[in-house]
Write a protein that binds this ligand. Structure first.
Ligand code: ASP
Length: 441
Protein backbone atom coordinates (compact mmCIF):
# COMPACT_ATOMS: atom_id res chain seq x y z
CA UNK A 1 0.00 0.00 0.00
CA UNK A 2 2.76 2.42 1.04
CA UNK A 3 4.43 1.86 -2.33
CA UNK A 4 1.46 3.42 -4.08
CA UNK A 5 1.18 6.40 -1.77
CA UNK A 6 4.26 8.06 -3.23
CA UNK A 7 4.26 11.78 -3.99
CA UNK A 8 4.34 11.34 -7.80
CA UNK A 9 1.26 9.06 -7.56
CA UNK A 10 -0.53 11.61 -5.37
CA UNK A 11 0.28 14.35 -7.92
CA UNK A 12 -1.01 12.17 -10.75
CA UNK A 13 -4.21 11.47 -8.83
CA UNK A 14 -4.61 15.22 -8.20
CA UNK A 15 -4.18 15.86 -11.92
CA UNK A 16 -6.93 13.40 -12.85
CA UNK A 17 -9.20 14.67 -10.07
CA UNK A 18 -8.60 18.25 -11.27
CA UNK A 19 -9.55 17.28 -14.84
CA UNK A 20 -12.78 15.59 -13.76
CA UNK A 21 -13.70 18.37 -11.33
CA UNK A 22 -12.88 21.06 -13.89
CA UNK A 23 -14.99 19.45 -16.59
CA UNK A 24 -17.94 19.08 -14.25
CA UNK A 25 -17.47 22.66 -12.99
CA UNK A 26 -17.31 23.91 -16.61
CA UNK A 27 -20.44 22.03 -17.64
CA UNK A 28 -22.44 23.14 -14.58
CA UNK A 29 -21.00 26.70 -14.53
CA UNK A 30 -20.09 26.01 -10.91
CA UNK A 31 -17.24 28.53 -10.78
CA UNK A 32 -19.42 31.30 -12.18
CA UNK A 33 -22.04 30.61 -9.57
CA UNK A 34 -19.50 30.48 -6.74
CA UNK A 35 -16.90 33.18 -7.47
CA UNK A 36 -15.27 32.53 -4.09
CA UNK A 37 -14.46 28.97 -5.15
CA UNK A 38 -13.07 30.29 -8.42
CA UNK A 39 -10.83 32.73 -6.52
CA UNK A 40 -9.67 30.03 -4.11
CA UNK A 41 -8.73 27.69 -6.96
CA UNK A 42 -6.83 30.32 -8.91
CA UNK A 43 -5.08 31.46 -5.71
CA UNK A 44 -4.00 27.87 -4.98
CA UNK A 45 -2.65 27.47 -8.53
CA UNK A 46 -0.88 30.83 -8.58
CA UNK A 47 0.74 30.31 -5.18
CA UNK A 48 2.08 26.92 -6.24
CA UNK A 49 3.51 28.39 -9.45
CA UNK A 50 5.02 31.34 -7.61
CA UNK A 51 6.58 29.05 -4.99
CA UNK A 52 8.49 27.18 -7.71
CA UNK A 53 9.31 30.31 -9.70
CA UNK A 54 10.73 31.86 -6.52
CA UNK A 55 13.50 29.25 -6.52
CA UNK A 56 14.37 29.44 -10.24
CA UNK A 57 16.91 32.25 -10.39
CA UNK A 58 18.84 31.59 -7.16
CA UNK A 59 18.95 27.89 -8.00
CA UNK A 60 20.23 28.47 -11.54
CA UNK A 61 22.69 31.08 -10.29
CA UNK A 62 24.31 29.01 -7.55
CA UNK A 63 24.14 25.60 -9.21
CA UNK A 64 25.78 27.08 -12.29
CA UNK A 65 28.59 28.66 -10.27
CA UNK A 66 29.11 25.35 -8.44
CA UNK A 67 28.93 23.48 -11.74
CA UNK A 68 31.51 25.71 -13.40
CA UNK A 69 33.88 25.33 -10.44
CA UNK A 70 33.42 21.58 -10.91
CA UNK A 71 34.11 21.80 -14.65
CA UNK A 72 37.11 24.03 -13.98
CA UNK A 73 38.51 23.60 -17.47
CA UNK A 74 37.03 26.16 -19.92
CA UNK A 75 37.75 23.73 -22.79
CA UNK A 76 35.34 21.22 -21.29
CA UNK A 77 32.75 23.97 -21.01
CA UNK A 78 33.29 24.77 -24.69
CA UNK A 79 32.71 21.12 -25.60
CA UNK A 80 29.56 20.88 -23.48
CA UNK A 81 28.24 24.15 -24.96
CA UNK A 82 28.88 23.04 -28.54
CA UNK A 83 27.20 19.65 -28.07
CA UNK A 84 24.24 21.29 -26.34
CA UNK A 85 23.70 23.86 -29.08
CA UNK A 86 24.04 21.26 -31.87
CA UNK A 87 21.45 19.05 -30.14
CA UNK A 88 19.07 21.97 -29.63
CA UNK A 89 19.36 23.10 -33.26
CA UNK A 90 18.96 19.53 -34.56
CA UNK A 91 15.88 18.69 -32.50
CA UNK A 92 14.35 22.09 -33.29
CA UNK A 93 14.74 21.58 -37.05
CA UNK A 94 13.35 18.04 -36.79
CA UNK A 95 10.39 19.34 -34.78
CA UNK A 96 9.42 21.87 -37.46
CA UNK A 97 9.88 19.29 -40.23
CA UNK A 98 7.67 16.73 -38.47
CA UNK A 99 5.03 19.42 -37.92
CA UNK A 100 5.03 20.39 -41.61
CA UNK A 101 4.75 16.75 -42.72
CA UNK A 102 1.67 16.23 -40.53
CA UNK A 103 -0.07 19.51 -41.35
CA UNK A 104 0.48 19.12 -45.10
CA UNK A 105 -0.66 15.50 -45.14
CA UNK A 106 -3.75 15.85 -42.94
CA UNK A 107 -4.73 19.37 -44.11
CA UNK A 108 -6.71 20.34 -40.97
CA UNK A 109 -7.79 23.68 -42.52
CA UNK A 110 -10.00 21.73 -44.95
CA UNK A 111 -12.32 20.76 -42.10
CA UNK A 112 -13.36 24.26 -41.01
CA UNK A 113 -16.17 25.90 -43.03
CA UNK A 114 -15.59 29.60 -43.84
CA UNK A 115 -18.62 30.68 -41.75
CA UNK A 116 -17.31 28.88 -38.65
CA UNK A 117 -13.89 30.42 -39.26
CA UNK A 118 -15.31 33.92 -39.42
CA UNK A 119 -17.59 33.37 -36.43
CA UNK A 120 -14.74 32.17 -34.16
CA UNK A 121 -12.47 34.94 -35.45
CA UNK A 122 -15.19 37.45 -34.54
CA UNK A 123 -15.85 35.95 -31.10
CA UNK A 124 -12.17 36.01 -30.23
CA UNK A 125 -11.34 39.29 -31.95
CA UNK A 126 -10.63 41.06 -28.65
CA UNK A 127 -8.11 38.43 -27.53
CA UNK A 128 -6.49 38.42 -30.94
CA UNK A 129 -6.05 42.20 -30.83
CA UNK A 130 -4.59 41.92 -27.33
CA UNK A 131 -2.05 39.41 -28.65
CA UNK A 132 -1.12 41.42 -31.70
CA UNK A 133 -0.98 44.81 -29.97
CA UNK A 134 2.31 44.26 -28.14
CA UNK A 135 3.78 43.10 -31.40
CA UNK A 136 2.77 46.11 -33.45
CA UNK A 137 5.04 48.89 -34.69
CA UNK A 138 8.19 49.57 -32.72
CA UNK A 139 7.40 46.93 -30.14
CA UNK A 140 7.46 44.32 -32.89
CA UNK A 141 10.94 45.41 -33.92
CA UNK A 142 12.02 45.17 -30.29
CA UNK A 143 10.69 41.62 -30.00
CA UNK A 144 11.86 40.33 -33.38
CA UNK A 145 14.63 37.86 -32.61
CA UNK A 146 17.80 38.63 -34.55
CA UNK A 147 21.24 37.20 -34.06
CA UNK A 148 22.81 40.61 -33.30
CA UNK A 149 20.24 41.50 -30.70
CA UNK A 150 20.49 38.06 -29.19
CA UNK A 151 24.30 38.25 -28.93
CA UNK A 152 24.16 41.72 -27.38
CA UNK A 153 21.57 40.66 -24.81
CA UNK A 154 23.79 37.87 -23.49
CA UNK A 155 26.13 40.17 -21.58
CA UNK A 156 24.44 42.08 -18.74
CA UNK A 157 25.61 45.63 -18.00
CA UNK A 158 24.04 45.23 -14.56
CA UNK A 159 23.66 41.72 -13.22
CA UNK A 160 21.35 42.78 -10.36
CA UNK A 161 19.03 44.35 -12.91
CA UNK A 162 19.11 41.15 -15.01
CA UNK A 163 18.33 39.10 -11.90
CA UNK A 164 15.49 41.41 -10.91
CA UNK A 165 13.98 41.20 -14.37
CA UNK A 166 14.36 37.43 -14.41
CA UNK A 167 16.45 37.53 -17.60
CA UNK A 168 17.87 34.04 -17.73
CA UNK A 169 20.57 34.27 -20.39
CA UNK A 170 22.49 37.28 -19.00
CA UNK A 171 22.31 35.70 -15.54
CA UNK A 172 23.69 32.46 -16.96
CA UNK A 173 26.52 34.39 -18.64
CA UNK A 174 27.48 36.12 -15.40
CA UNK A 175 27.32 32.89 -13.38
CA UNK A 176 29.47 31.07 -15.97
CA UNK A 177 32.16 33.69 -15.87
CA UNK A 178 31.96 33.98 -12.09
CA UNK A 179 32.22 30.20 -11.62
CA UNK A 180 35.13 29.80 -14.03
CA UNK A 181 36.99 32.67 -12.37
CA UNK A 182 36.23 31.38 -8.87
CA UNK A 183 37.75 28.04 -9.93
CA UNK A 184 41.10 29.81 -10.20
CA UNK A 185 41.13 30.63 -6.44
CA UNK A 186 43.65 28.51 -4.66
CA UNK A 187 43.91 26.33 -1.57
CA UNK A 188 41.50 26.54 1.33
CA UNK A 189 39.81 29.67 -0.07
CA UNK A 190 38.66 27.70 -3.07
CA UNK A 191 37.57 24.71 -0.98
CA UNK A 192 35.62 26.90 1.44
CA UNK A 193 33.91 28.68 -1.45
CA UNK A 194 33.00 25.41 -3.21
CA UNK A 195 31.57 24.19 0.07
CA UNK A 196 29.47 27.34 0.58
CA UNK A 197 28.08 27.37 -2.96
CA UNK A 198 27.37 23.62 -2.73
CA UNK A 199 25.46 24.14 0.53
CA UNK A 200 23.35 26.99 -0.91
CA UNK A 201 22.51 24.90 -3.99
CA UNK A 202 21.58 21.96 -1.78
CA UNK A 203 19.24 24.19 0.26
CA UNK A 204 17.58 25.41 -2.96
CA UNK A 205 17.09 21.86 -4.22
CA UNK A 206 15.62 20.84 -0.88
CA UNK A 207 13.29 23.85 -1.11
CA UNK A 208 12.07 22.47 -4.43
CA UNK A 209 11.42 19.20 -2.61
CA UNK A 210 9.45 21.03 0.09
CA UNK A 211 7.41 22.98 -2.48
CA UNK A 212 6.66 19.76 -4.36
CA UNK A 213 4.97 18.40 -1.23
CA UNK A 214 2.24 20.95 -1.99
CA UNK A 215 2.11 19.88 -5.63
CA UNK A 216 -1.03 17.71 -5.29
CA UNK A 217 -3.00 20.77 -4.13
CA UNK A 218 -1.32 23.14 -6.61
CA UNK A 219 -1.76 20.79 -9.56
CA UNK A 220 -5.41 20.16 -8.67
CA UNK A 221 -6.12 23.91 -8.60
CA UNK A 222 -4.25 24.63 -11.85
CA UNK A 223 -5.84 21.78 -13.79
CA UNK A 224 -9.34 22.37 -12.42
CA UNK A 225 -9.35 26.05 -13.47
CA UNK A 226 -7.86 25.20 -16.89
CA UNK A 227 -10.39 22.42 -17.55
CA UNK A 228 -13.31 24.56 -16.34
CA UNK A 229 -12.49 27.36 -18.75
CA UNK A 230 -12.04 25.09 -21.76
CA UNK A 231 -14.64 25.87 -24.41
CA UNK A 232 -15.55 22.35 -25.54
CA UNK A 233 -17.91 23.72 -28.18
CA UNK A 234 -14.92 25.29 -29.90
CA UNK A 235 -12.84 22.17 -29.84
CA UNK A 236 -15.15 20.44 -32.31
CA UNK A 237 -14.59 22.65 -35.39
CA UNK A 238 -10.91 22.97 -34.50
CA UNK A 239 -10.51 19.30 -33.55
CA UNK A 240 -8.45 18.46 -36.63
CA UNK A 241 -5.99 21.27 -35.89
CA UNK A 242 -5.66 20.08 -32.26
CA UNK A 243 -5.21 16.50 -33.44
CA UNK A 244 -2.43 17.44 -35.88
CA UNK A 245 -0.56 19.37 -33.15
CA UNK A 246 -0.95 16.45 -30.71
CA UNK A 247 0.18 13.88 -33.30
CA UNK A 248 3.24 15.93 -34.23
CA UNK A 249 4.10 16.46 -30.54
CA UNK A 250 3.72 12.72 -29.88
CA UNK A 251 5.83 11.77 -32.92
CA UNK A 252 8.57 14.15 -31.82
CA UNK A 253 8.44 12.89 -28.24
CA UNK A 254 8.55 9.18 -29.01
CA UNK A 255 10.55 9.06 -32.25
CA UNK A 256 13.06 11.91 -31.90
CA UNK A 257 13.51 11.94 -28.12
CA UNK A 258 13.11 8.15 -27.81
CA UNK A 259 15.65 7.70 -30.64
CA UNK A 260 18.17 10.14 -29.16
CA UNK A 261 17.95 8.56 -25.71
CA UNK A 262 18.50 5.13 -27.27
CA UNK A 263 21.35 6.30 -29.51
CA UNK A 264 23.19 8.64 -27.15
CA UNK A 265 22.61 7.24 -23.63
CA UNK A 266 22.46 3.85 -21.94
CA UNK A 267 19.15 4.56 -20.15
CA UNK A 268 16.05 2.78 -21.53
CA UNK A 269 13.52 5.41 -22.70
CA UNK A 270 10.86 4.09 -20.33
CA UNK A 271 13.15 4.62 -17.35
CA UNK A 272 14.08 8.05 -18.65
CA UNK A 273 10.36 8.90 -18.67
CA UNK A 274 9.90 7.47 -15.17
CA UNK A 275 12.72 9.64 -13.88
CA UNK A 276 11.12 12.72 -15.44
CA UNK A 277 7.54 12.02 -14.34
CA UNK A 278 7.35 14.95 -11.87
CA UNK A 279 8.74 17.17 -14.63
CA UNK A 280 5.98 16.13 -17.05
CA UNK A 281 3.27 16.80 -14.49
CA UNK A 282 4.68 20.18 -13.46
CA UNK A 283 5.05 21.28 -17.09
CA UNK A 284 1.55 20.06 -17.94
CA UNK A 285 -0.12 21.82 -15.05
CA UNK A 286 1.84 25.10 -15.09
CA UNK A 287 2.31 25.47 -18.90
CA UNK A 288 5.61 27.12 -18.08
CA UNK A 289 9.13 25.88 -18.84
CA UNK A 290 10.49 28.43 -16.38
CA UNK A 291 8.36 27.13 -13.52
CA UNK A 292 9.36 23.56 -14.40
CA UNK A 293 13.09 24.29 -14.45
CA UNK A 294 13.81 23.66 -10.74
CA UNK A 295 11.95 20.32 -10.87
CA UNK A 296 13.79 19.39 -14.06
CA UNK A 297 17.14 20.23 -12.45
CA UNK A 298 16.28 18.12 -9.43
CA UNK A 299 15.07 15.11 -11.45
CA UNK A 300 17.88 15.15 -14.00
CA UNK A 301 20.64 15.40 -11.40
CA UNK A 302 19.07 13.15 -8.73
CA UNK A 303 17.10 10.59 -10.71
CA UNK A 304 19.26 10.36 -13.85
CA UNK A 305 22.60 10.95 -12.17
CA UNK A 306 23.56 13.76 -14.57
CA UNK A 307 26.34 15.75 -12.86
CA UNK A 308 25.28 19.26 -11.77
CA UNK A 309 28.14 20.72 -13.83
CA UNK A 310 26.29 19.56 -17.00
CA UNK A 311 22.65 19.83 -15.81
CA UNK A 312 23.02 23.35 -14.44
CA UNK A 313 24.36 24.51 -17.80
CA UNK A 314 22.20 22.56 -20.28
CA UNK A 315 18.80 22.91 -18.57
CA UNK A 316 18.50 26.69 -17.92
CA UNK A 317 19.71 27.46 -21.43
CA UNK A 318 17.24 24.90 -22.78
CA UNK A 319 14.35 26.34 -20.78
CA UNK A 320 15.01 29.68 -22.45
CA UNK A 321 15.90 28.80 -26.05
CA UNK A 322 14.99 25.16 -26.72
CA UNK A 323 11.25 24.89 -27.33
CA UNK A 324 10.55 22.08 -29.77
CA UNK A 325 6.91 21.80 -28.73
CA UNK A 326 6.39 25.51 -29.31
CA UNK A 327 8.10 25.30 -32.72
CA UNK A 328 5.76 22.41 -33.64
CA UNK A 329 2.64 24.35 -32.66
CA UNK A 330 3.86 27.45 -34.50
CA UNK A 331 4.65 25.52 -37.72
CA UNK A 332 1.31 23.68 -37.69
CA UNK A 333 -0.61 26.87 -36.81
CA UNK A 334 1.00 28.95 -39.58
CA UNK A 335 0.13 26.41 -42.30
CA UNK A 336 -3.32 25.75 -40.76
CA UNK A 337 -4.24 29.43 -40.85
CA UNK A 338 -2.98 29.66 -44.45
CA UNK A 339 -5.19 26.66 -45.32
CA UNK A 340 -8.19 28.32 -43.62
CA UNK A 341 -7.82 31.39 -45.81
CA UNK A 342 -6.95 29.31 -48.92
CA UNK A 343 -3.45 30.73 -49.21
CA UNK A 344 -1.21 28.25 -51.01
CA UNK A 345 2.31 27.92 -49.58
CA UNK A 346 5.11 26.72 -51.87
CA UNK A 347 8.26 24.85 -50.80
CA UNK A 348 10.47 27.94 -50.22
CA UNK A 349 7.67 29.46 -48.12
CA UNK A 350 7.40 26.28 -46.05
CA UNK A 351 11.18 26.32 -45.59
CA UNK A 352 10.85 29.92 -44.42
CA UNK A 353 8.30 28.68 -41.87
CA UNK A 354 10.86 26.19 -40.50
CA UNK A 355 13.42 28.95 -40.09
CA UNK A 356 11.12 31.57 -38.62
CA UNK A 357 9.41 29.03 -36.34
CA UNK A 358 12.84 28.08 -35.00
CA UNK A 359 13.63 31.73 -34.31
CA UNK A 360 10.18 32.47 -32.93
CA UNK A 361 10.38 29.49 -30.56
CA UNK A 362 13.81 30.65 -29.36
CA UNK A 363 12.30 34.11 -28.82
CA UNK A 364 9.21 32.79 -26.99
CA UNK A 365 9.29 33.40 -23.25
CA UNK A 366 9.06 30.22 -21.11
CA UNK A 367 5.61 31.18 -19.81
CA UNK A 368 2.01 30.24 -20.73
CA UNK A 369 0.76 31.27 -24.20
CA UNK A 370 4.01 33.02 -25.19
CA UNK A 371 4.27 30.86 -28.31
CA UNK A 372 0.98 32.11 -29.78
CA UNK A 373 1.98 35.76 -29.51
CA UNK A 374 5.24 35.06 -31.36
CA UNK A 375 3.25 33.52 -34.24
CA UNK A 376 2.78 37.03 -35.58
CA UNK A 377 6.43 37.00 -36.60
CA UNK A 378 5.83 33.95 -38.82
CA UNK A 379 2.47 34.98 -40.26
CA UNK A 380 3.22 38.56 -41.21
CA UNK A 381 6.12 38.08 -43.65
CA UNK A 382 4.10 35.40 -45.49
CA UNK A 383 1.01 37.58 -45.73
CA UNK A 384 -1.13 35.14 -43.70
CA UNK A 385 -4.07 36.99 -42.03
CA UNK A 386 -3.49 37.72 -38.35
CA UNK A 387 -7.23 37.16 -37.71
CA UNK A 388 -6.35 33.46 -37.75
CA UNK A 389 -4.61 33.95 -34.40
CA UNK A 390 -8.03 34.20 -32.77
CA UNK A 391 -8.80 30.62 -33.78
CA UNK A 392 -5.50 29.31 -32.45
CA UNK A 393 -6.00 31.28 -29.24
CA UNK A 394 -9.43 29.77 -28.72
CA UNK A 395 -8.06 26.26 -28.19
CA UNK A 396 -4.54 27.03 -27.08
CA UNK A 397 -4.66 26.24 -23.36
CA UNK A 398 -4.64 22.40 -23.55
CA UNK A 399 -2.15 22.47 -26.42
CA UNK A 400 0.10 24.78 -24.39
CA UNK A 401 0.09 22.24 -21.56
CA UNK A 402 1.16 19.46 -23.91
CA UNK A 403 3.80 21.43 -25.83
CA UNK A 404 5.38 22.62 -22.57
CA UNK A 405 5.87 18.94 -21.64
CA UNK A 406 7.70 18.44 -24.95
CA UNK A 407 9.72 21.65 -24.44
CA UNK A 408 11.09 20.56 -21.06
CA UNK A 409 11.62 16.94 -22.11
CA UNK A 410 13.87 18.17 -24.91
CA UNK A 411 16.06 19.87 -22.29
CA UNK A 412 16.22 16.67 -20.21
CA UNK A 413 17.15 14.62 -23.30
CA UNK A 414 19.98 17.03 -24.11
CA UNK A 415 21.28 16.98 -20.51
CA UNK A 416 21.33 13.15 -20.42
CA UNK A 417 22.89 12.89 -23.89
CA UNK A 418 25.60 15.52 -23.33
CA UNK A 419 26.52 14.04 -19.93
CA UNK A 420 26.83 10.54 -21.42
CA UNK A 421 28.97 11.89 -24.28
CA UNK A 422 31.19 13.50 -21.63
CA UNK A 423 31.79 10.05 -20.15
CA UNK A 424 29.47 10.45 -17.14
CA UNK A 425 27.59 7.53 -15.63
CA UNK A 426 24.04 8.56 -16.55
CA UNK A 427 21.59 5.98 -15.20
CA UNK A 428 18.15 5.72 -13.67
CA UNK A 429 18.17 6.12 -9.89
CA UNK A 430 15.05 4.51 -8.44
CA UNK A 431 12.56 6.80 -6.72
CA UNK A 432 13.29 5.70 -3.15
CA UNK A 433 17.06 6.06 -3.53
CA UNK A 434 16.68 9.52 -5.09
CA UNK A 435 14.35 10.63 -2.29
CA UNK A 436 16.71 9.32 0.38
CA UNK A 437 19.60 11.11 -1.31
CA UNK A 438 17.77 14.43 -1.46
CA UNK A 439 16.79 14.03 2.19
CA UNK A 440 20.49 13.83 2.91
CA UNK A 441 20.34 10.23 4.14
N1 ASP B 1 4.23 27.65 -22.47
C1 ASP B 1 5.41 27.35 -23.22
C2 ASP B 1 6.58 27.12 -22.29
O1 ASP B 1 6.65 27.70 -21.24
C3 ASP B 1 5.75 28.46 -24.22
C4 ASP B 1 4.67 28.52 -25.27
O2 ASP B 1 4.76 27.77 -26.26
O3 ASP B 1 3.70 29.25 -25.13
O4 ASP B 1 7.46 26.36 -22.62
Amino acid sequence: MKRFLTLPNAILAALLAGLVFGWIAGATRLLERFPGLNEALSLGGDLFKQLILMVVLPLVFFSLIGGMMGIGDPRRLGRVALKTLVLYALTGALACTIALVFVNTLVPGRHVPAETRDQIAKDYEAQQKKLVAPLAGEAKEAMRPTFWKFARSLVPANVVDALARGQMLPVIFFALLFGLTAATLSGTRRDRFVDLVGSITEVMIRMVGVVMKFAPVGVFCLIATAAASLGLALIRPLAMYCLVVVLALAAHFFIVYGGLIKLLTRVPFLQFCRALRPVFITAFSTSSSAATLPVNLECVTRRLNVPPSVGSFVLPIGATVNMDGTAIMQSVAAVFIAQLYSIPLNVPQQLAIILTALLASVGSAPIPSAGVAMLVLILEPLGIPLEGLALIWAVDRPLDMLRTVVNVTGDGVAAAAVATMEGEDVRYVAEMAATAESAGA
